[in-house]
Design a protein. Structure first.
Ligand code: ADP
Ligand code: MG
Length: 237
């Protein structure tokens, strides 16, 4: 515990919540502490990622210990990997029983970028990773499609849900990325419908953003219960 707080201090990590697990000292701990498959570690080192960034050090163990989380860290600090690695470690690839993880991004560009990053990290494993395109949201039949991880903007996902060709009741991880932007852009209604559609009682929800205004924190708290808060740097920088 002493070690954990020294590590947090060293990396400017601030937490609140109960039973927050110790931050990672290195990526290798993903396998020694959490039984991570070597492929992910290989892919990390293949991408040139030697050490976890501060937000990755803390948010990854929180999500791996099945706690909901809202995480705030500056732009460019590696938030994408912070939510992708637990998903790639915890969900089973290639099953036919529906979407296991949903990542909501505020713009199409960010959704496309997140999909690419996810595919890089999943290289060599049999994950079906899908970007919600306009066509998919209009005419995709997800019941007949392989999809483990789905990345989308709120409007497209909401549209697909209304078509009733998409079932999110088996989703284990729901991520709201750049949640400050999501709320700023007025997607509250769509987010609400996605949160409702993700009806699995053991779902792990998380929010990631660069700033954490009170309004976002309030919404976050209305969506999640007993979430751990992780802040790197300042809350509204
Ligand atoms: P954010 O979402 O916080 O703005 P990103 O997830 O887009 O940041 O990451 C910013 C850049 O940092 C990306 O190019 C990403 O590949 C890189 N990156 C992520 N994690 C690490 C790491 N542990 N070591 C080195 N580079 C990293
Ligand atoms: Mg980001």
């Amino acid at each position: 515990i002493e070690r954990a707080s020294i590590l947090r201090k060293k990396h400017g990590i601030h937490i609140s919540g109960y039973n927050v697990p110790a931050p990672l000292e290195s990526f290798e701990e993903l396998s020694s502490r959490y039984g991570c498959k070597s492929k992910l570690l290989q892919n990390l080192s293949g991408l040139g990622f030697k050490e976890p960034t501060p937000i990755q050090r803390q948010a990854i163990p929180v999500l791996l210990s099945r706690q909901e989380c809202f995480a705030c860290a500056p732009t460019g600090s590696g938030k994408t990997l912070a939510f992708l690695s637990p998903i790639l470690m915890k969900i089973k690839p290639g099953t036919k029983d529906g979407v296991k993880a949903v990542i909501l991004c505020p713009t199409r560009e960010l959704a496309a970028q997140t999909t690419r990053e996810c595919k890089k990290l999943a290289k060599g494993r049999k994950f079906y990773i899908k970007l919600m395109t306009k066509d998919l949201s209009r005419s995709g039949d997800f019941e007949k499609m392989h999809c483990d991880i789905l990345v989308s903007t709120p409007l497209r996902l909401d549209f697909a849900l209304r078509k009733r060709k998409l079932n999110l009741s088996r989703v284990e991880y729901l991520v709201l990325d750049e949640s400050d932007k999501l709320f700023e852009l007025g997607f509250v209604e769509q987010i609400d419908s996605v949160v409702k559609a993700c009806s699995n009682p053991s779902i792990i929800r998380s929010l990631f953003s660069a700033t954490l205004p009170d309004s976002v924190e309030e919404l976050a708290r209305s969506i999640m219960h007993d979430a751990v808060r992780v802040i790197v740097g300042r809350k509204n920088s």
